[in-house]
Write a new protein. Sequence first.
Length: 378
Amino acid sequence: MIYLDHAATTPVPRAVADAMYEVLTEQFGNPSSQYPMGLEMKRRVEVWRKTVADALGCGAKQLFFTSCGTEADNWAVTAACWQNRHLGRHIVTTAVEHSAVLEACRWMERQGYEVTYLVPAQDGSLSAEQVLAAVRQDTALVSCMLVNNELGNIYPIAEIARGLAVKNPQTLLHTDAVQGFLKVPCSAKTLGADFLTISAHKIGGPKGIGALYIGPRVRNPKPLLAGGGQEGGLRAGTEATAQIAGFARAVELRRENLEEKLLCMAKIRDYAAERLSAIPDLKILSAPGGAPHILSISLVGWPSQNIVNDLGSQGVCISAGSACHQGKPSHVIAALKLSKKVSGGVIRLSFGPETDKGDIDACADALRRHHDTRMPML
């Protein structure tokens, strides 16, 4: 099998699975219990929290575990609006955010908020000036992703943060960094966002665990869940200790020789762009200088779902965009206002540190066969 869908999820290394297995079978105590096994698990959770926090460039007490990136995104949007409920009822976001942010914003619209959805340029780019121009005195929140999960564009979060400090210092900033964490420079300190979302299963960790960084400007954040007081009283519920252990171990493994891994992925991305460009009717959509692990392309005139199905039958795993769309048209591609033939043929290749040129060659050969043996339908 040739796996080129790392932006959807990543394989879990044996060392991560082993760390989780130990917790599930041997160190299974409840961190809230007061006997030795429970106290040891409470200590371990805090060690694992620090491991993840160190990688994100924040303090351990600023990092809160969630069940996934979607939960963290939803929490950030609602918590920011709660803090700034007396400032105003306006939100600025982009039309190409992950659905977890867009649907949370739409829910806020139903509560009486006004949302400005910024549309990027046709190459997916978005400037800090464009974001800041939409900010008003009543803007409670700006939410802009760090890396677009379908196109790979990197958005200027640090520049937006600096601009907000001048234009409206009370406006809070959230960034969904799920596709950026340990793939592009991603530090809570340097980005300057008040909320920052990450997820384990995009970096070799298990599904079912994410985290939200909450910065010092957020005063008395609104709890996500009420209950037993876990996660500093902000997210109640018994800690998912095995998933947390797996998250921390995945972070440790990914950070080993990280610069070399990122360079390898960038070279693979460039090789893929060069190799695939030789296929007739194929158009590269991802702009240069994007995240090293994502390449968006279009086989112009050929329906993307047919391409995904055909390559899947040949043992090559790619996607037609975010896995969350489940076969539906992508709102990200729709926002770019491409022609029907181009937008209808969009597929995404995404890479991991282990992806090699042989994987790209196999994918290119499969795409060429699809082009040569299937009729265009768009």
